[in-house]
Design a protein around this ligand. Sequence first.
Ligand SMILES: Cc1cc2nc3c(=O)[nH]c(=O)nc-3n(C[C@H](O)[C@H](O)[C@H](O)COP(=O)(O)OP(=O)(O)OC[C@H]3O[C@@H](n4cnc5c(N)ncnc54)[C@H](O)[C@@H]3O)c2cc1C
Length: 429
Amino acid sequence: MNPSQHPTLPAAVDVVVIGGGIVGVTAARYLAKDGHSVALVEKGRIAAEQSSRNWGWIRKQGRDARELPLMIESARLWEGLAAETGEEIGFGAKSTTYLAQTEKELATRAAWLDEARDYQLDTRILSPAETDALLGRDDRRFAGALHTPSDMTAEPTLAVPAFARRAAAEGVTIVEGCAARGVETAGGRLSGVVTERGTIACTAAILGGGAWSRTFLENLGVYIPQLAVRSQAARTTPGPLIHPGGIGATGASLRRRLDGGYTLGRTNASTFQIVPAAFRHFFTFVPTLYHRWGMAKIRVGRDFFGPLGHARWENDEVTPMEKVRILDPEPDHALLADMLKSAKEIHPALAGVEIAESWGGMIDVTPDEIPIIDEAPGTPGLWIATGLSGHGFGIGPGVGRLAASLVEGRTPVVDPAPFRLSRFAEAAA
Ligand SMILES: Cc1cc2nc3c(=O)[nH]c(=O)nc-3n(C[C@H](O)[C@H](O)[C@H](O)COP(=O)(O)OP(=O)(O)OC[C@H]3O[C@@H](n4cnc5c(N)ncnc54)[C@H](O)[C@@H]3O)c2cc1C
């Protein structure tokens, strides 16, 4: 997108969408398709944060069962969105495979099949011979694998910008380089969104602010349990084709890219940034931290008072979202080097590839690692669609569609109950 495409803000629209990641862009698109006037404001560039920095896996496999109905819908939406762009975004049903190096690991991976039983997915366990056949090798290195042929992948750097171009062509006013600072209310309801470039009157707004959603809402006196976890990924130089889909394994996970290289990452390798909100929400997060203790290094650093830390502002003041247009955390280079080493051990065919580029990303995590899609308490008309917890590229269009339906008062395609904000207070009580 070109920030100068829409230099003037509309004075009034039906709905303002805050945030140009996959959630905001798809929500805006569905609202426009349903006949509403929509403005999307993005403080930096479309998809410049998580939505372009992820691994590009669009998977049902391994998901929390509460998310599965929405993910199944999201997979259906992905097909439509990808086809409608008319652009090459690397999209396809290329499958997800989790390799198991031991029988114990295979049993752990296979246990998820019980959770997913009600959804009649095409996920199945591959034998050692089938796993070798899938990877084009014959060394019987693996005890087996969990495999979902219908799972998809896409190129994150291409997909959401393409969706945004399509949304703009269909009438969504997209304003990049424009942070939302706050909201205005009238008669107890949302009546406008205040941005750094002026106010847009509206009757509803959707906040799809990713890692910034908590900061934005706290300034309005709305508290959501959402913290940021730093993760990283890398792109390799081109290498031989092992498999076109997403291949997960302990130590290194990879996805074949359009450019012939691999996007490389490691699950359970993130850094949990301690910010003031971490204390407010600490006990809500204890189970996550407990179960993921091996995953998250806990770090108190200069980020404690950084942009995602505590902040308060008035609507006529410069906000943290204007001071940091694009969150671009430094990746952990030692970890990335270790990931590459693991990838080469697991897949000897990759002996010749090297890291060509690496990047960090701030993931917005909720205590139960499923999204919050709900109206903000105390501000009717302001809807929250955030907390996709590190697997939102796949489910993002579903979240966008669900948020749009709730704003419109339509019967949603899946039950929104699992995504209520009040679930955390209920669980604590
Ligand atoms: C390294 C990494 C690997 C991942 N791998 C996968 C994967 O393989 N599969 C998967 O499904 N998911 C994956 N994810 C997670 C996925 O990328 C995210 O869950 C998803 O992109 C979140 O989308 P979003 O729209 O909610 O947020 P974002 O993409 O972060 O977008 C939020 C946008 O809102 C903007 N914004 C915030 N506040 C304001 C404001 N006040 N005014 C204006 N604009 C604002 C921000 O600038 C940002 O552009 C990964 C994430 C990372 C970091």
